[in-house]
Design a protein. Structure first.
Length: 373
């Protein structure tokens, strides 16, 4: 069974020969660049090329040596942003194509969003003047090379960010955005409509060039916190869900691809909604969040959606526990999730600096010890 066949079988809720493994097929299942360097040093692996998959997070597409050593089943076809970030020396910050500002965190590990281009908008006319970035050929550089590099692996199209919830909250600033959600002044609808229209054009631009040559298209929108949703299910269903559905269904109609959604936090209250709008797989499966227990999720939704992640808690266990505790948790989570297919193994979100290499290696050892059917 090839890696691609293994992943597609699991997405179809069939049991393959083993649970598929993802390392870095999305920018939420990666290693931070410092972590990958440490893992390669421990294992005596060479460095072929270090490619940052998300500048904001400083995570990398897995090096060839990592791919060869661990044999994950997926590969990333990573789209760039519409244009490179611009550095502003006078304020020591960057801006991206959407006008968002970024400053480096004091520890140097990642960037924080520090500038919100529509934070001062008061009227619909202010939103109407805002120019969303159009798709560009710069975005598409090297996509075919990435696709052809691992022809037997399941390919994931990455780079579409978080269009219908997270991105507008960054553009407006979170306080403004949450006020907009409760207001009837038209600002929210105007901004969401602009972004949705831009994303439909962007999808068409990408699909016109790639066609149906990738297996999965990944979107994101973080709708959960540790203990609950960031908005009520009612607000989500009124403002966000219909727009997500139009985007996802447009992508699926044009390509036949599966849709993978990255959505952090305690989101169990809307997993049924995500299934309704065409989400085939959900990541990162934040098992430490309220209502996101593996057994509960598998029982309620496991025959209708694929869980992509949830292999180990990165907030606590992978970062702070002993290797034998890491192995115990991986074994338990695989047992909970893998029955009947519908599961792809990855840790919860990226592996960040400070994570012991011994724990990372224990995680992958436990995966291979327990992934078979």
């Amino acid at each position: 069974m090839t890696s691609r066949e293994r992943v597609l079988a699991s997405l179809s809720h069939k049991e393959p020969d083993r649970v598929p493994l993802d390392i870095g097929a999305t920018n939420n299942t990666c290693m931070h660049i410092e972590i990958e360097r440490a893992v390669k040093k421990r294992l005596g692996l060479s460095t072929t090329k270090e490619t940052i998959a998300a500048t904001m997070l400083n995570v990398v597409l897995p090096d060839e040596s990592i791919m060869e050593h661990f044999s994950p089943d997926c590969c990333c076809v990573y789209l760039k942003e519409q244009k490179p970030w611009v550095y502003h020396e006078d304020g020591n910050f960057y801006t991206d194509a959407w006008g968002l500002g970024y400053t480096l965190n004091p520890d140097g590990y990642y960037y924080n969003i520090s500038g919100h281009p529509l934070s001062a908008a008061e009227f619909v006319e202010d939103i109407e003047k805002y120019q969303c970035p159009e798709p560009s050929e710069y975005m598409m550089e090297n996509w075919e090379e990435m696709l052809l590099k691992y022809p037997d692996k399941c390919s994931v199209l990455e780079g579409l960010r978080s269009p219908m919830f997270s991105l507008p909250s960054w553009i407006r600033g979170e306080e403004n955005f949450y006020c907009d959600l409760m207001s009837d002044d038209g600002l929210l609808e105007c901004l969401l409509d602009k972004i949705e229209d831009t994303y439909i054009r962007t999808l068409d631009f990408i699909i016109d060039r790639i066609g149906n040559r990738v297996d999965i298209i990944k979107f994101a929108d973080d709708l959960g916190a540790q203990n609950n949703l960031l908005v009520s299910p009612e607000l989500y269903r009124r403002h966000i869900k219909p727009r997500q559905e139009r985007l996802y269904q447009h992508a699926k109609r044009r390509t036949g691809c599966k849709v993978l959604l990255h959505c952090c936090g305690a989101i169990s209250k809307i997993i049924g909604d995500l299934i309704e709008i065409g989400v085939d797989a959900i990541n990162p499966v934040q098992i430490s969040a309220d209502g996101m227990e593996p057994e509960k999720l598998k029982k309620e939704f496991g025959d209708r959606i694929t869980f992509w992640g949830g292999g180990i808690d990165t907030q606590h266990t992978l970062m702070f526990a002993a290797p034998h505790d890491v192995k115990r948790e991986v074994a338990a989570n695989l047992k909970a999730f893998k029955s009947g297919g519908g599961y792809v193994f990855a840790q919860v979100h990226n592996i960040m600096p400070g994570t012991p290499v011994d724990n990372i290696l224990a995680m992958y050892e436990a995966y291979y010890e327990n992934a078979g059917y």
